[in-house]
Ligand binder design. Structure first.
Ligand code: ADP
Ligand code: F6P
Length: 324
């Protein structure tokens, strides 16, 4: 017999992502609708260890679906990787009557959830990260808003780059993954897209491409560089020295993480939040909610964390061929 859950805790962890509030709202309201109590844990695992825990009612999430960031705040909590703190976290959940927990975050946050699950707290993960780097799911909450924010910013850089006939390197986020760079590279019509998964660090090839494009009459040369490669400023200096073309580097940074979530992020977050609560109500534990072939599904966290994801060779190829 699966144990009945009475009180559901919810926290956001790792980097924030637009749509996390929509997920929190869905968890709170679905849980209350199903007759459960809800506790919000502020500042991720840090807040759990510090017992920064609040009671939440349906009205506490009013007027939040359209807001970026996370009303529960978030944090990185390195000590939660240690067993002693994981045990302390599980004890604190028990002390506050939290017998089901929803963790909104990325792979790192799921690893923490997995530990709590093994310590007797029924735990469900919801993929929330702008990076799209969670293997078990086609979609992660925040990605759509982030790529649209980045795309609009890159369009603006492109305008000034064309006016000055410059080369521009624009660095986008993504940690070790190149999904934001690939999507913006294609959507912004970049001349070069540098992804950690694909880049061979052959800068001479990049330089030759810039020179060849200029000879063909291109007025600008946009390079989208992924954070996982980085070093955009020094790369710009080397390109300017080798090509004689004025080259500027722009690092978009944290602006990509903020802003009002897109419709896709609000919708996905709302369904995933409700789905997570329904899994807990069915007595499920150690699961992560995912989108697979357009359907909402769930996987065992151990299985999810062992999955691998890769950048599509075809999409990367398309990005290259469209830049001729
Ligand atoms: P994300 O969840 O976006 O991948 P992080 O990798 O920064 O972000 O992880 C968020 C938090 O999850 C960490 O600060 C830590 O508290 C927790 N965490 C990460 N890895 C583990 C792990 N192996 N075991 C337990 N907790 C972890
Ligand atoms: O995981 C989201 C993300 O924005 C990554 O793209 C980036 O590498 C990282 O978080 C930045 O983290 P911080 O906000 O701690 O600088």
């Amino acid at each position: 017999m699966a144990k009945e859950i009475n009180t559901i805790g919810v926290l956001s962890s790792g980097g924030d992502a637009p749509g996390m509030n929509a997920a929190i709202r869905a968890v709170v309201r679905t849980a209350i609708y199903r007759g459960k109590k809800v506790k919000g844990i502020r500042k991720g695992y840090n807040g759990l260890l510090n017992e920064d825990i609040i009671d939440m009612q349906a009205k506490d999430v009013s007027d939040t679906i359209q807001r970026g960031g996370t009303i529960l705040y978030t944090a990185r909590c390195p000590e939660f990787r240690e067993e002693v703190y994981q045990k302390k976290g599980a004890e604190i959940c028990r002390k506050h009557g939290i017998d089901g927990l929803v963790v909104i975050g990325g792979d790192g946050s799921f690893a923490g959830a997995q530990k709590l699950a093994s310590l007797g707290i029924n735990t469900i993960g919801i993929p929330g990260t702008i990076d799209l780097d969670i293997a078990c799911t086609e979609y992660t909450i925040g990605f759509d808003t982030a790529v649209n924010t980045a795309m609009e910013a890159i369009d603006k850089v492109r305008d000034t780059s064309t006016s000055h006939e410059r080369c521009s390197i624009i660095e986008v986020m993504g940690r070790r993954a190149g999904y934001i760079a690939l999507w913006c590279g294609i959507a912004n019509g970049a001349e070069d897209i540098l992804l950690p998964e694909k880049y061979d660090y052959n800068e001479q090839e990049l330089i030759n491409n810039i020179i060849a494009n200029r000879k063909r009459g291109k007025k600008h040369h946009i390079i989208i560089n992924a954070e996982g490669i980085g070093h955009s400023t020094s790369m710009a200096r080397r390109i300017e020295a080798a090509t004689g073309l004025e080259t500027r580097a722009t690092i978009l940074g944290h602006m990509q993480r903020g802003g009002s979530p897109s419709c896709r992020d609000r919708m996905t977050a709302s369904v995933m939040g409700a789905y997570a609560v329904d899994l807990l109500c069915k007595g499920e534990n150690n699961r992560v909610v995912a989108l697979k072939n357009g359907e909402y599904v769930d996987y065992d966290i151990d299985e999810a964390l062992a999955m691998k994801k890769s950048i599509s060779d075809y999409q990367f190829e398309v990005g290259k061929l469209l830049s001729i």
